[in-house]
Design a protein around this ligand. Structure first.
Ligand code: GSH
Length: 235
């Protein structure tokens, strides 16, 4: 069965968390809107009636339509061999993924603190204030937390017992932060050595390394969640 992933074409965005899981597992999937355009998303939403998702990403698996990034990963994890084997472990993984989703939402708000519907240029001053607080307080709080989780789980994986979709998402967040805030991450990454090692470990996974070097990996850009605006970066 080929999974059908629906996400805006041209950006990594939240769709990337799902792509990384599918790629790491070597799963057959179609990145529908990259082939058919964004209209495919609208068409699917329009035809789904009461099952319509609020926003992409969403995944279609046969007759099943699943929305919300963390929920998609909770669904895919066991099917792709990327989840803890027991229910309690899967609940822990889901909690971590939802915490990553909270962080991702805060990253989005560094460049769009007032409204998603406004251009960045129209909220630049507020974005500077928001980014300053994010880098001074929120990013270290989240990263310090994930470092503690990682070391508490043995240092190699985010959940005890092995590699899961949470490791892939953690990798993506670290990559994204390094893209968006290179000065800040460059100055501070020594504070989170276990996370730095996880980032390298995931990048070296054979299917991930191939994916990252392929055209399927859309480069980070200023339409995604992790955007590089030099004026928002700080030591
Ligand atoms: N909590 C949702 C957020 C989904 C979301 O915000 N999707 C964005 C693209 S990354 C979108 O298209 N939003 C449209 C909207 O909120 O109106 C998730 O994690 O999947």
């Amino acid at each position: 069965m080929t999974y059908r992933l629906y996400y805006w074409p041209g950006l990594q965005g939240r769709g990337e968390f799902v792509r990384l899981a599918l790629e790491d597992a070597g799963a057959a999937y179609e990145d529908v809107a990259r082939g058919e355009g964004a209209k495919a998303i609208m068409d699917m939403v329009g035809s789904a009636g009461g099952r319509a998702p609020f926003a992409p990403p969403f995944l279609v698996d046969g007759e099943t339509l699943i929305s919300q990034t963390a929920n998609i990963l909770a669904y895919l994890g066991p099917r792709l061999g990327l989840a803890p084997p027991d229910e309690a472990g899967r609940a822990v993984a889901a909690g971590l993924q939802l915490t990553l989703a909270d962080l991702v939402a805060e990253v989005h708000d560094t460049h769009h603190p007032i409204a998603s519907s406004l251009r960045y240029e129209d909220q630049r001053e507020a974005a500077k204030a928001r980014s300053g607080d994010f880098l001074a307080r929120r990013a270290p709080k989240y990263l310090g937390y994930f470092e503690k989780v990682l070391t508490g789980a043995g240092g190699a994986f985010m959940t005890a017992g092995g590699h899961t979709y949470v490791d892939l998402s953690m990798f993506q967040v670290l990559e994204g932060l390094a893209y968006a805030f290179p000065r800040h991450i460059g100055t501070n990454e020594g504070r989170w050595p276990a996370l730095a090692a996880l980032r390298q470990r995931v990048a070296r996974r054979p299917r991930i390394a191939l994916y990252l070097a392929s055209e399927r990996r859309i480069p980070f850009n200023e339409t995604g969640i992790f955007r590089h605006y030099p004026e928002l970066d700080a030591d």
